[in-house]
Design a protein around this ligand. Structure first.
Ligand code: C2E
Ligand code: CA
Length: 532
């Protein structure tokens, strides 16, 4: 599963165009640094709001405590027969109290004296004990009223200018500062508003006075936080974008630097740099060409021909072997449409084990199969023994579906892996393609020669046919023919060649007997060298 995800991811990542890699890396880097910068700004701004809020509360407490002390002095004023003396005392309290405008004392009987002869405002609903109120006057102005209700009522009123001044200092388009009393608040314009008049959207800090009668609240909008983030961290964000671009460049460079890199393979597929060669497979008894193996070739625009033992593993590593095989199948389909093939001719295509685990393979093969069916030819999928087929239900179903469509299965590189009889039976291979090393070991390595000799018997028991690869000499051909091997493949008969060369080779061969024409077979080696 991990490998599948890795393969999918690398297929996606490696096949991306450089501009996409740059865009993704720059955006990712920018987003990451933006998130970090925003969190940093958030923390800083929260701290700032707390510091400013605490300072504001402290200042307010200092003033209002002083006013509270003055209220105690109003409490002490005696109101008896007339208001002359009380008024003087109350006026002196007002004078001595910063920001105080008015003081009032009312007896339990309802006789009241004020500091200002022209006013006699007895507050309406008042809670018992000491209280603080924000009062909005009819003219829109505000007053801070400190009151004490016992048997007597004592009141001292303060102008809000000092608070409004401080609130205004802290407020701007982005930050709002409020002095909160109960369900109301005073804003930086001096207006008294209900608490929920303008709910603060963003971050907020609220603190209560020690006596719990009032508090302050500072809030900053999300918009302000974002604009501060962009403003204060513009250079860091710019740096992040440059870093993203540098990372993308390094990534692309690493890819390019790697020989047969995944990215280059993806580019190669897009730019149709891959093409096919065909290597004949012959019947041992008469040298007749009975099949062909399709082999991938890559003509790199800068490096020229790249060996398939380099780019095939690289494509597998990069998770690009499936797209590459798909591309080759499409190409082979187009090419073979133009060729007349002998009936029963088999066309071998190398398939990665991973591809056999994908239901898409059935679709990938359909068009080629239709072309081959018209020519009465057979499609053979060659799967290497190097990578055991995954024992998944999906793989078994894919193999079953392919079989139903008439596709044959060959176990390639037979003899180097760990395939036992059970493995062969389970997957129902039709052909075993013996690894080249067994032929080159003939006459040199008796152990391998014995294995090769015994293979015919085993294959008959299993009902599979054997194709021996890597036949390079007439001696090898003679040996294998005498032993009874049916199908042979190797440079002795024909090297991998372009379609045109293969066509010439095939048609000319129909009129010739290849069994004993080593001169002709050797001559066939030229096309590949010439075409590379
Ligand atoms: P393979 O399937 O064993 O293919 C046969 C390889 O043996 C070919 O090498 C061919 O050129 C070489 N060969 C054929 N006859 C002789 C001979 O008489 N002597 C010697 N010394 N070599 C001979 P090539 O084309 O370089 O391919 C190498 C491997 O790359 C293939 O081995 C196959 O495993 C893989 N490959 C090639 N094309 C594809 C493809 O389209 N898909 C996949 N999945 N693998 C591919
Ligand atoms: Ca093969």
């Amino acid at each position: 599963m991990r490998n599948l995800i890795r393969a999918q991811w690398s297929r996606y990542a490696l096949s991306a165009r450089p501009v996409v890699v740059y865009a993704v890396m720059v955006c990712a880097s920018l987003l990451f640094s933006l998130a970090v910068a925003f969190l940093y700004t958030l923390t800083v701004e929260k701290t700032e709001l707390r510091v400013q809020g605490d300072k504001l509360l402290h200042q307010a407490e200092q003033q209002l405590n002083q006013a509270g002390a003055s209220l105690a002095r109003v409490d002490a004023v005696q109101v008896a027969d007339g208001c002359d003396l009380p008024r003087q005392l109350l006026a002196s309290v007002v004078q001595a109290t910063p920001h105080a405008r008015y003081a009032l004392k009312v007896t339990p009987e309802g006789h009241g004296c004020t500091s200002d002869m022209s006013r006699m405002d007895v507050p309406g609903a008042m809670q018992g004990g000491r209280s603080l109120q924000l009062v909005a006057n009819a003219d829109g102005s505000a007053v801070i009223r400190l009151a004490h209700r016992g048997d007597w009522i004592s009141v001292i009123e303060l102008g809000p200018e000092f608070l409004v001044g401080w609130l205004a200092q802290l407020s701007d388009d982005d930050v709002s500062a409020r002095f909160v009393v109960g369900e109301q608040y005073l804003n930086s314009q001096g207006a008294v508003l209900p608490k929920d008049a303008e709910p603060a959207a963003g971050i907020a800090y609220a603190a209560q006075s020690t006596n719990g009668q009032y508090g302050v609240m500072l809030a900053e909008s999300w918009g302000a936080l974002w604009s501060r983030t962009l403003l204060y961290h513009a250079d860091a964000l710019l740096l992040a974008m440059v870093t993203g671009a540098v990372l993308a460049w390094a990534l692309l460079r690493r890819r390019v630097a790697r020989n047969s890199s995944g990215w280059e393979i993806a580019q190669g597929i897009r730019n149709k740099e891959f093409f096919t060669h065909y290597q004949p497979i012959v019947a041992a008894e008469n040298g007749e060409c009975v099949g062909v193996e399709v082999l991938a070739r890559w003509r790199h625009p800068v490096q020229g021909a790249i060996r398939s033992d380099l780019f095939i593993p690289a494509a597998e590593d990069a998770g690009l072997i499936v797209p590459l095989t798909r591309y080759l199948i499409r190409r082979v389909t187009k090419e073979l449409k133009q060729v007349a093939l002998p009936p029963g001719f088999f066309v071998g295509i190398n398939i990665a084990a991973e591809h056999l685990g994908m239901p898409d393979l059935v679709e990938d093969c359909k068009v080629l199969l239709a072309v081959l069916r018209e020519k009465k030819a057979v499609l053979v999928l060659e799967v290497s023994e190097r990578f055991p087929l995954p024992e998944h239900q999906v793989t078994h179903r894919v193999v079953q579906d392919l079989r139903q469509m008439g596709v044959k299965l060959a176990l390639d590189d037979f003899g180097i892996g760990h395939a036992d009889r059970n493995y062969l039976r389970r997957w129902g291979f039709d052909y075993l393609k013996v690894e080249k090393g067994y032929v080159s070991a003939l006459g040199k390595d008796s152990f391998k020669t014995n294995i090769l000799d015994n293979l015919l018997l085993t294959s008959q028991q299993l009902g599979v046919q054997v194709i021996v690869k890597g036949v390079e000499t007439q001696g090898q051909q003679n040996y294998l023919t005498v032993k009874g091997f049916e199908f042979l493949q190797g440079f002795y008969f024909g090297k991998p060649m372009t379609l045109n060369h293969f066509r010439q080779w095939l048609y000319s061969g129909i009129t010739q007997d290849r069994t004993h024409v080593p001169q002709r077979a050797a001559g066939v080696g030229k096309p590949e060298a010439a075409s590379r």
